[in-house]
Design a protein around this ligand. Structure first.
Ligand code: SF4
Ligand code: SF4
Length: 283
């Protein structure tokens, strides 16, 4: 269990707790003000992001440690994520009653294009309208650049079908808080286009937890095609030329399950992270 499961999930998976999607959490005036301040900050460009992160890499180690600690602790309060496999996305879609597709801020910033890979999720009779209103109020540019199609309400079936397509593109699903523990979105991420993945994996400043799972291969089923290696964004899969099989390092695996979806031999399954001793404490 990650620390959010203990703090916000009463020992169960925190993102499967319906109470964490209640808009009343975000309607708290203080929280809204803090979130508005956070997302209202100018985000700059992708180049500026890399320059800042590289500058930090060159800083003395005590400055790096302090800055990382400050960033991670702030993000845990404001906007933190976790990798989730498709079966948990489906469980989330089973109980939220409002899903809105919208553009991805990371892609807008890093690639300069509108890509509609992000999904706002919420509870309540008019959750979709409420959520869209909240985001509009928070920052005019948050989800609505001039060329944006804005938010679009989609059914659970449509959303799930899109997520399966995104999975075929090799995108990894992640669930996000907007003022923790309020959960407001699920995204479909890849490392070159996602600020959070870059901060977490490339710059060693974790702003998202690994999934509650770890992938494992079944050696007798694997034919060594290496398709799984092609899609793993975390460098967790190696290949043995001697055995002609792939192998997953549980200490590097984020548990996204994308390798599983491309394995034609059904040689990969996800296991509870807690049951894999070498990975159980790695988030
Ligand atoms: S995709 Fe499946 S069969 Fe191919 S190397 Fe990976 S685990 Fe083996
Ligand atoms: S090994 Fe599979 S489940 Fe683990 S991070 Fe890579 S793609 Fe995701």
């Amino acid at each position: 269990m990650c620390e959010f499961c203990l703090e916000h999930g009463e020992g169960r998976k925190w993102y499967l707790e319906a109470k964490n999607y209640g808009l009343d959490l975000l309607s708290d005036a203080k929280k809204r003000k803090a979130f508005k301040k956070y997302v209202g900050k100018p985000m700059g460009s992708g180049t500026q992001f890399h320059q800042q992160m590289e500058k930090l890499e060159k800083a003395p180690s005590f400055v790096r440690r302090m800055m990382r600690w400050k960033t991670v602790s702030t993000m845990k309060k404001v906007h933190y994520g976790q990798v989730v496999p498709i079966e948990d996305v489906e469980r989330i879609f089973d109980f939220v009653n409002s899903i809105v597709r919208t553009s991805c801020l990371c892609r807008k910033l890093l690639v300069g294009e509108e890509k509609r890979y992000c999904y706002g999720i919420s509870m309540g009779n008019s959750g979709s309208n409420n959520l869209a209103d909240v985001f509009r109020e928070l920052s005019p540019g948050f989800f609505s650049a001039p060329d944006s199609k804005g938010t679009e309400v989609v059914s659970k079936e449509e959303a799930l079908a899109s997520f399966r397509e995104h999975e075929k593109e090799g995108l990894c699903h992640s669930v996000w808080t907007f003022m923790t523990p309020f959960i407001g979105g699920i995204c479909n991420c890849d490392r070159p286009d996602c600020l959070a993945m870059q901060m977490t994996v490339t710059y060693d400043t974790p702003v998202m937890f690994r999934a509650e799972y770890v992938a494992e291969t079944e050696p007798d089923s694997c034919d060594g095609c290496r398709q799984c290696m092609r899609v793993c964004q975390f460098g967790a899969i190696g290949y043995s030329a001697t055995q002609k099989r792939s192998h997953i390092d549980p200490r590097r695996c984020y548990g996204c399950g994308i390798c599983r979806s491309v394995c034609k031999k059904n040689a990969i399954h996800l296991k509870d992270r807690a049951k894999v001793p070498v990975a159980a404490a790695i988030w």
